[in-house]
Design a protein around this ligand. Structure first.
Ligand SMILES: Cc1ncc(COP(=O)(O)O)c(C=O)c1O
Length: 413
């Protein structure tokens, strides 16, 4: 086995068509597409019976541990179009001390901060950019809360594709800098991510760029889907009882739900599904409101604010898909305050040595809240998604100093 087998070897592809997630209308694969004619996200469909014949768990186990090991369930047909920066499988990290403290069976973090550009956005963007390369796209643009823009910048540059990125003006400094440094042109906009999205949409006809906004093209979700494929494989082809996912645009949650269905269709999983829990911040919780009101769609959340910038998404085009996955799975949507997020971040770092991002910390805060109100049972195996490295975010200052020239009171250290 060569370390780059997954990205250098030709493997059979099984994409059959694209399908409107709302109406079921079919569109041809291998053509440049944004939304469906109904204005809804497009999903990639595969000949799953063909995948079932072509792929075994044993063959998969032999492959190098990166996202491209699932090629048969991915849209990129030719190895030459794969634009990789080393998308390693991310580890599952148990939180045994906190589980013991809470009297819970098992809490596991899937730590996505290990991916290129430090977040799970790499999964979606590596796929979107590889497909853009395959389809001959020359210029891509997107609105971002930071992490997605960083991943687009890195992969687009790698592929020789121009990228233009728009972020809210208070996007974390490190994100804005990494985007620019990785070869994109980035603009701070005095608005939120959906305001940035309007600029990208308008520029489509005026500049001619390809709009790679969340769920406005079919392939980011295919990349995010690999979180579900990987998780099931890492658990020995099983799923946890409950997944807590920090939900903004919802691509990851929708993608994992799609992954589990595809794994069942190819005989790798049974009927069991995890309960999907959409975690949002109290200052921006459109999905929670729609879930509680029993609605299919989630109207815009006004005055959105939270320290978890990645999930500050006032309105999501895939709202009905998020809510559908949450309800079909028997899960729920839950909001946590910024204070609970900060406390969770500190608690996990100080007791387990694991630095989460605020969005990841939100899932731990939501877990504790749900355990307390009985929506999650202590005997359930829970997986929390930490979607980015905590190092990308402002950290609390440390003020303790020591004068090496003065006598040191070692007894007090
Ligand atoms: C760290 C982090 N967590 C969660 C999210 C939300 O992801 P999704 O769009 O899949 O809901 C984002 C999106 O920007 C993010 O950066």
């Amino acid at each position: 086995m060569q370390h780059d087998d997954n990205t250098s070897t030709e493997r059979p592809a099984f994409v059959t068509h694209l399908e409107c997630s709302y109406t079921g209308e079919r569109l041809p694969a291998d053509t440049v597409q944004n939304l469906s004619p109904a204005g809804k996200p497009l999903l990639v469909r595969y000949d799953l019976a063909g995948v079932k014949k072509a792929l075994t768990k044993e063959a998969l186990a032999e492959r190098p541990p990166d996202l491209w090991r699932y090629r048969e369930l991915l849209p990129v047909r030719r190895a030459a179009d794969i634009v990789s920066l080393g998308e390693a499988m991310t580890p599952l990290i148990a939180l045994p001390k906190l589980a013991a403290k809470l009297g819970a069976r098992e809490i596991i973090v899937k730590d996505e901060g290990r991916l290129p550009t430090g977040s799970f956005k790499a999964r979606g963007l590596v796929m979107a950019v590889s497909m853009a390369k395959a389809l001959g796209i020359k210029h891509m643009a997107m609105p971002t809360n930071g992490n997605a823009g960083a991943a687009l910048a890195a992969y687009a540059t790698r592929a020789g594709i121009k990228s233009t990125i728009f972020c809210p003006e208070d996007t974390p400094e490190v994100n804005v800098s990494e985007i620019e440094l990785q070869g994109a042109t980035v603009y701070r906009v005095n608005g939120l991510i959906d305001d940035c999205g309007k600029i990208v949409a308008e520029g489509k006809s005026k500049v001619g760029w390809f709009d790679v906004s969340t769920l406005k093209e079919p392939y980011r979700i295919e990349g995010k889907k690999t979180m579900g494929l990987e998780l099931a494989e890492q658990l020995g082809w099983d799923v946890p009882d409950v997944i807590l996912y920090p939900t903004g645009g919802g691509t990851g949650l929708i993608g994992m739900w799609k992954a589990f269905a595809e794994l069942e269709a190819i005989g790798f999983l049974g009927k069991k599904r995890p309960r999907m829990v959409a975690v949002q911040a109290a200052g921006c919780a459109p999905m929670v409101r729609a879930y509680e009101e029993g609605k299919e769609h989630a109207p815009r959340w006004e005055d959105a604010h939270t320290i978890a910038s990645g999930i500050r998404v006032p309105q999501a085009i895939g709202d009905f898909l998020i809510l559908r996955a949450v309800r079909e799975s028997g899960g729920f949507a839950i909001a946590v305050t910024d204070q609970a997020i900060s406390e969770a971040l500190s608690e996990v770092a100080r007791s387990e040595g694991l630095l989460l991002c605020p969005e990841g910390a939100a899932t731990y805060a939501a877990y504790k809240q749900s355990l307390a109100d009985g929506r999650i049972k202590p005997d359930e195996r829970a997986v929390l998604f930490n979607c980015a490295t905590g190092l990308k975010y402002p950290l609390p200052p440390v003020t303790r100093t020591l004068d090496r020239h003065a006598p040191i009171d070692f007894a007090a250290l």
